[in-house]
Each structure stands twice: as C-alpha cells, then as structure tokens.
Design a binder for this molecule. Sequence first.
Ligand code: AMP
Ligand code: TRP
Length: 328
Amino acid sequence: MKRVLSGIQPSGQLTLGNYIGALQNFVKLQHTHECYFMVVDLHAITVPQDPAALREQTESVAALFIAAGIDPAKANIFIQSHVSAHSELGWLLTTLSYMGELERMTQFKDKSAGKDSIGTGLFVYPTLMAADILVYNADLVPVGDDQKQHLELTRDLAQRFNARYGEYFTIPDPYIPEVGARIMSLDDASKKMSKSNPNPGSFIALLDPPDVIRKKISRATTDSGKEVRFNPVEKPEVSNLMSIYALCADMTLQQVEQKFEGQMYGAFKKDLAEQVVAKLEPLQTRYHEIRQSGEIHAILKQGAERVAEVADKTVRDVKERMGFVLPR
Ligand code: AMP
Ligand code: TRP
C-alpha cells in the first residue's frame, strides 16, 4: 500500500474549502492507502500565536479530521509536535538546504513582503515540511497548488541526501485529487477561500452555525446579471457558488444550471445556503460529540505512539548515515 501524508495548520478555523479540497479526499484515501494525517502545530508557530488559541485550534482541527470521517482505526491521526522526530529530522535537513533555494520560496516571499523583521522559522518552514514527509518515506502528498513548490524542495532535499549518503529516502509525488475543486472567496472570486482571510464574510467555517452560513451566503458577491449560469470567466462569483452547490448537493454543474433556470440569484442563494447547512450538519454534530467526550486525547496519543516508531527509526538511520555516534 502506498503511503499518503498531509498536514493542516491549526492557524484559524477550517473552511468549506479545506473540507472540499482536503478533508473529503483524505476520507477517500484512507480506504486504499496507508495514511498519515497530522495537525502541524510546529508550522503554525512560524507566525506569532496566542497560546490559548493555538491549543484550542489544534484540538479543534484534530476533532474535525475525525468528524469529517477520517477513521483513527484506518488512518494515523496525530499532532506533529507529539513526534519529536519531525523537529530532529527538520534540523538535519536544514543543514542540507541552501539559503538561495529557501529565499526562492514564493510563500516565504509573500509572507515576509514589506516586513522589517522576518522570523527565522518562517524561512526554514519548508525544511520542517520536508521532514514531515520524509520521516515516513511518504509516496504521495495531497496538497494545494500553493504547496507544490515546498514539495519540489522536499524532493530536492531527499535526492541530495540520497546522493551524499546513499539511497534512502523515497522521492514523494504530489497527489492531485480527481475532483480538484478550488473554492473561491465569497467576497472576491479571484482569491481562494482561506481561513487566514481577515474578513470572516469571505469564508464559510466548518463550524459556522446555520444562521451565520445563511447570512454569509446571502451577502456573497454576485455580478449584476441574473442568470444562474456556469461561466468562470464572465461570471466567476456565481460560478463559484454553483461549484459549492454541486459539491454539497452531489449534482453536476449542468444539473444545477437546469434546476435554477429562470430563477433569480436570491432564490438560488437561499437554496444553496440550505444545501451547505445540510452538508455540514452531521459533521458539526459529530464534532461537538467528540469535543465533549474528550476522546480526542486518547486518539491522538495512540496515533503519535504508532507513527513515532516509524519516524524514530528514520531519524536513527539518517543519523547513522550522516556519521553521528548512536547511543549503544
Ligand atoms: P490551508 O488552509 O491553506 O493550510 O490548506 C490546507 C489544505 O486545504 C490544502 O492542502 C488545500 O488542498 C486545501 N484547501 C485550502 N483552501 C482551499 C480552497 N479554497 N479550495 C480547495 N481546497 C482548499
Ligand atoms: N505547509 C502546509 C500548508 O500550509 C502544511 C504542511 C506542513 C504539510 N507539513 C506538511 C502539508 C506535510 C503536506 C505535507 O498547507
């Protein structure tokens, strides 16, 4: 079985975009692959985090993994910082990386643009991500477009290590889901829906109560026309809402178009809101059950213990190859 690995940062509320673009695919992959899904708290602290908020968000994202349908009996669910091998391999790989290649990372350039003090953590972020992936010798990494460059760097670091110290690391490939839906922002269809957008009206959080979802959808930007027609170039906002409809109602875009033929945006949006509410309702119910039961801690502990065996072995092997004296 091929190994799949991915991580989500606990740096804000997960959105409908994360659900459609990531979590739903994770749920499918767990049946056919050996899966590693983690909450990457060590990555979140590359920008300042309030301790209480970080703790809450980390637990929340882990619970959302399970609420979305990832089964801890099938997939490994864990918190990155629970497995110290990530940090250790991260350092070892950092010493193999070059300033130049890290300076070229577009995410680093975006996040540091215009700032006069730039955190070092933000700069070496990609070497820790490489460690996350290589420590389990993952074959496939489901990530969005914005992470492809980091994956490229991971491949380079793995190849560099293999060339210097002998073949060891698997060279991971990006995994592009069949339905590569990209959900756009509700206030600006040229930007992806993102939990880090300062305007909460721009995204639907997975835990938004029904009335908030209704309000956000009713206020979503649309063009001045009135036909519910799919055309991402001429009607990007309505097309984005139609994609969301199709994904939530399990319909094709054509079926959505037919269903709303001759109807106004208002009616379409009302119906869309109910579709989204219905789609998220079971997930939210399950989420609150998990949080109340406190079971998440045992699941995460078990997940970390299981994967640490694999990760610790990798670090031992790597250190041995690099010439470290291992404790005997
Ligand atoms: P992020 O929230 O940017 O850390 O992304 C975590 C994962 O969720 C990424 O690997 C993406 O595949 C997915 N994702 C995030 N936002 C969207 C979106 N608006 N549409 C589709 N997928 C998304
Ligand atoms: N950098 C990724 C993001 O911001 C999160 C991440 C960290 C990740 N480690 C990973 C994704 C390993 C895939 C594999 O989305």
